[in-house]
Write a protein that binds this ligand. Structure first.
Ligand SMILES: Cc1cc2nc3c(=O)[nH]c(=O)nc-3n(C[C@H](O)[C@H](O)[C@H](O)COP(=O)(O)O)c2cc1C
Length: 381
């Protein structure tokens, strides 16, 4: 199978599976506990049908949206994800390059493998910086100042990861950073020699968002221990309110679900919230963001930008979320499998197919701009 044979999410997933050592594929593909929430995230879109209007004159389609002050040429953007150079040696450079080509936003994770400064300088498109809250408040301040100085457009604090999810596939394979693979995990790397050749012949693995601040080199601190030892489990609304004030710009919380929490986010001055369950990788059994979107939009949709994240695989999923009142949609695996499959051309193909699906879907729905998508065009079964 080759990139040109990939026509949808499932094809990219299949190609990524062919190319990646299985512990790495399973790190991307896997989720928490029984992976119920991960499966539900995509299935929830199937319980909602689109009701098109015809004969509307749909020759020109404008799918741009403005979210948290950022104008995006398409309503779908790339959520921040960790460790991208493990998936393909181009890593975040491929994601950012593809996002820039399509005029959309990309996120850089705290656990990213290319520096936020390099990405900001090289790619001219809105950039989010995903942040974790550390016990050391001075460190939080330094890291935020660094992001501000680099010109990051949106600060995104992840709040659904106060402790790591129980990802049993990773436990079975011994997947951790630095690698502590089980014997069978190690064997899987031997089956994918091209991945290994690329890994050793390209720039060595680093975590540049953290390396200047946290001693992680030489296996001194694993990512697991970074979460348990350095992040602040007592983080609360007052802490975040201080951060929002300090940032003094577009600030959103990622991983909020309840209306009560979105109201608090508004009170402390956030400009956006990402309704997300981390792609089912944290609290298994938690509700899917699409199932929950209407409740949040009805309560506070006019007071804050709501972004729908988790489970998105199709252009019609994006259209359904926008119709319910999301300002934009984001996702992880929809571009990570293509990244793993083929680097930047892979991410470009994924974004291109999504853009085509959104455009075709809008035409067939009888909508020429995203603000024409409404609940009138939706029915739940
Ligand atoms: C491999 C992988 C790594 C991720 N790393 C991060 C991260 O570092 N920080 C973060 O806030 N979310 C992270 N996420 C969650 C994504 O930002 C996003 O919420 C999730 O992928 C959405 O679900 P989807 O994959 O079904 O689209 C990660 C997700 C995956 C699949």
């Amino acid at each position: 199978m080759r990139l040109k044979h990939c026509h949808n999410f499932h094809d990219f997933r299949k190609l990524a599976k062919q190319r990646l050592p299985s512990p790495i594929f399973n790190y991307i593909d896997g989720a928490a506990d029984d992976e119920l929430t991960c499966r539900r995230n995509s299935r929830s879109f199937e319980e909602c049908d689109l009701v098109p209007n015809v004969l509307k004159g749909v020759s020109h389609i404008d799918m741009s949206v403005t979210v948290m002050g950022q104008k995006l040429q398409m309503p779908l953007f790339c959520s921040p994800t960790a460790l991208q150079r493990l998936f393909h040696h181009e890593g975040e450079r491929a994601t950012a390059g593809a996002a820039a080509k399509f005029g959309t936003m990309f996120g850089v994770s705290s656990l990213g493998t290319v520096s936020l400064e390099e990405l900001r300088k090289t790619y001219n498109t809105p950039q989010v910086y995903q942040f974790y809250f550390h016990k050391d408040r001075a460190l939080n301040q330094v890291m935020m100042e660094r992001a501000k100085a680099a010109g990051v457009d949106v600060m995104m604090l992840t709040v659904d990861s106060i402790t790591g999810g129980n990802r049993e596939r990773d436990l079975r394979n011994g997947f951790s950073i630095p690698f502590r693979l089980t014997l069978s995990g190690m064997l899987q790397f031997a089956f994918k020699p091209m991945w290994g050749i690329n890994y050793v012949t390209h720039e060595s693995f680093k975590l540049p968002q953290l390396d200047d601040h946290v001693e992680m080199s030489g296996g001194a601190l694993s990512i697991g221990r970074y979460f348990t030892e350095m992040l602040e489990p007592s983080m609360n609304w007052d802490d975040v309110a201080e951060m929002v004030k300090l940032w003094d710009g577009q600030f959103c919380l990622k991983g909020v679900m309840s209306v009560e929490d979105v109201k608090k986010a508004i009170d402390i001055g956030c400009t956006g919230v990402v309704l997300s369950n981390h792609g089912g990788r944290q609290l298994d059994g938690s509700r899917s963001p699409f199932d929950h979107l209407a409740e949040v939009v009805d309560a506070v949709g006019d007071k804050i930008d709501i972004i729908l994240d988790s489970g998105v695989q199709r252009g019609t999923h994006v259209l359904k979320a926008l119709s319910l009142g999301a300002k934009a949609v984001s996702g992880g695996r929809f571009y990570l499998y293509p990244l793993a499959a083929a680097g930047q051309p892979g991410v470009e193909r994924a974004l291109g197919l999504m853009r085509d699906e959104i455009e075709r879907g809008m035409r067939l729905m009888g909508c020429t701009s995203t603000d024409q998508l409404s609940r009138g065009n939706l029915r739940f079964r």
